[in-house]
Ligand binder design. Structure first.
Ligand code: SAM
Ligand code: DTB
Ligand code: SF4
Length: 326
């Protein structure tokens, strides 16, 4: 570990690595819990204010009817979840929602569309949304499915700061969860995003029935990307009726905290986002996640189609823990 007096670039040289072996990641993940949390918190405070949490708000700009078959997702046409599909929103309505999010305290606004990939006029409209939201003084983020290199460049030119595209799980378990797009498809989109100069937001989802080895492998894949993602969302499965995973057994809370802590240790300069699943977590569990190095959340009553803690609960949690928005 670097000397306490080291400047950020020294630390980056010493600790930001892209050559993790699975054995090394497993050794981090498997440590006694107290060792793991101590190591995560020690690194966390070398790179970040330990009491600052970045706040993003999500909006589903195009809901449901997605042709992909992600078996956790309520928006896939392959599952009957009773979700009413909606067309792409109008630009003005998105700008209104962005203003509301900014007034509530969000610094980043993330627009999600249930597409395999964006096309034609709809893509043009998203470009307009990105410029208009940027003009409101918010960081912009989008998640629209697969992108080609040209689309990534157009989004960059429109003012997009972050693009979210997750690896979701290990390469080995991936085929049990999604069959309509491959792991390599995802890596290719991530490469287009990175090469366009847009910051990558990339993480995964746990509680799908994967094993610890899959969580280790997912984190290893993320940490060995050519650049660590600027944001690493760790989602806990939200079990939605009508999806194949509605009866899935809950992931153990300590195992979830281990996943957060390992992400923090492997990618010390990245924002680790405690993402979907917070409505089902106690305050104590979220506090442990923040101690383990989570320093970003989704704020606002709704994620894309499912619930998130209401803002009063999150405000009270921040107060109780002495946290402040980054
Ligand atoms: N359609 C786009 C795509 O898949 O790239 C973007 C939106 S998709 C909803 C973004 C991520 O949300 C998924 O990769 C997954 O990790 C997470 N997600 C989706 N449904 C979820 C659920 N039921 N519980 C937890 N996370 C979920
Ligand atoms: C991410 O990793 N999690 C967010 C965001 N990126 C787009 C989405 C969570 C979705 C949870 C299920 C839903 O609300 O539809
Ligand atoms: Fe479609 Fe994204 Fe849901 Fe997969 S996660 S079904 S790609 S909206």
């Amino acid at each position: 570990m670097s000397k306490p007096s080291a400047c950020l670039s020294d630390k980056a040289e010493n600790v930001v690595r892209h050559d993790w072996s699975r054995d090394q990641v497993r050794a981090v993940f498997d440590q006694p819990f107290n060792e793991l949390l101590f190591q995560a918190q020690t690194l966390h405070r070398q790179y970040f204010d330990p009491n600052a949490v970045q706040v993003s708000t999500l909006l589903s700009i195009k809901t449901g009817g997605c042709p992909e078959d992600c078996n956790y997702c309520p928006q896939s046409v392959h599952h009957d979840t009773g979700l009413e599909p909606e067309h792409l929103m109008e630009v003005e309505a998105v700008v209104t929602a962005a203003k509301r999010a900014r007034q509530a305290g969000a610094t980043r606004f993330c627009m999600g569309a249930a597409w395999r990939n964006p096309k034609g006029r709809n893509f043009e409209r998203v470009l307009e949304m990105v410029s208009r939201v940027q003009a409101e003084g918010l960081e912009t983020c989008a998640t629209l499915g697969m992108l080609d290199a040209g689309q990534a460049l157009e989004l960059k030119q429109a003012g997009l700061d972050y693009y979210n595209h997750n690896l979701d799980t290990s390469p080995e378990f991936y085929g049990d969860i999604i069959t309509t797009r491959t792991y390599d498809d995802r890596l290719e989109t991530l490469a287009h995003v990175r090469e366009s100069g847009i910051n990558v937001c990339c993480g995964g989802i746990v509680g799908l029935g994967e094993g610890r080895e899959d969580r280790v492998a997912l984190l290893c894949e993320l940490a060995n990307l050519p650049e660590h993602p600027g944001s690493v969302p760790i989602n806990q499965l939200v079990k939605v009726e009508g999806t194949p995973l509605e009866q899935q057994t809950d992931i153990d809370a300590i195992e979830f905290v281990r996943t957060i802590a390992t992400a923090r240790i492997l990618m010390p300069a990245s924002r680790v986002r405690l993402s979907a699943g917070r409505s089902e977590m106690t305050d104590e569990m979220q506090a442990l996640c923040f101690f383990a190095g989570a320093n970003s959340i989704f704020y606002g009553e709704k994620l894309l189609t499912t619930g998130n803690p209401d803002t009063a609960r999150d405000d009270a949690l921040f107060d109780k823990l002495g946290l402040h928005p980054a």
